[in-house]
Ligand binder design. Structure first.
Ligand SMILES: [Zn+2]
Length: 206
């Protein structure tokens, strides 16, 4: 599976975009880009490309249509006294960099230390995808995921680590395939307490 042609249901909890009308100017913009790239948009193989690209972008940018924090409104306070780390590890995601609109492909590990409530575990992934399906920079994506969990669950600690490759770096520019960028945000206990931080990092595999 290549990132650009990945199944939208590639285990990342993102539903396929509904069929929608493609505005004429969007199709024309793609045709212009094809011409700019040096090809002929009227060539048979490219005739349907503007529609496909427009549809794909509806999906890549689905996050704009949602409020990711909404996934955290349904919480459970019956946790049987559980007061240890909750971790969702190596969640695959894709995003697009806001500088080149090129794919960012990576994985995120998201952990929190509950105070009095927890959420369904898939919700953490939904928060990630809600922010990832926008034009992004990895640093902001990391901060938005952590801040949203911090604000809405009011846990004792939040830790988010994202590792990703940026196509704008691997496929153009400095052309360095395989290079990973890592960003992290530690809040509360994970920021203040060395032992807690080491514990969550070890659980995440760092
Ligand atoms: Zn870029």
């Amino acid at each position: 599976m290549t990132p650009e042609h990945g199944d939208p249901e590639d285990g990342d909890l993102v539903e396929a975009a509904p069929e929608c009308e493609i505005p004429a100017e969007v199709g024309e913009a793609v045709r212009t880009l094809i011409r700019w790239a040096g090809d002929d948009p009227d060539r048979e193989g490219l005739l349907d490309t503007p529609r496909r690209v427009a549809k794909a972008w509806r999906e890549y940018a689905r996050g704009y249509a949602e409020d990711p924090s909404a996934h955290l409104t349904r919480t459970f306070d019956e946790v049987g006294g559980y007061d240890e780390i909750v971790l969702l590890k190596d969640i695959p995601f894709q995003s697009h960099c806001e500088h080149h609109m090129a794919p960012i492909i990576g994985k995120a590990s998201i952990a929190y230390l509950p105070r009095d409530r927890v959420v369904g575990i898939s919700k953490l992934a939904r928060v990630l995808h809600g922010f990832a399906r926008r034009l992004q920079v990895q640093e902001r994506l990391t901060a938005q995921v952590a801040d949203t969990i911090w604000e809405h669950l009011q846990p004792k600690g939040v830790a988010v680590i994202i590792e990703a490759t940026h196509a704008c770096m691997t496929a153009r520019g400095v052309n360095t395939p395989g290079v990973m960028m890592t960003t992290s945000r530690m809040m509360g206990t994970f920021r203040e307490d060395e032992r807690s931080r080491r514990e969550v990092l070890a659980l995440m595999g760092y």
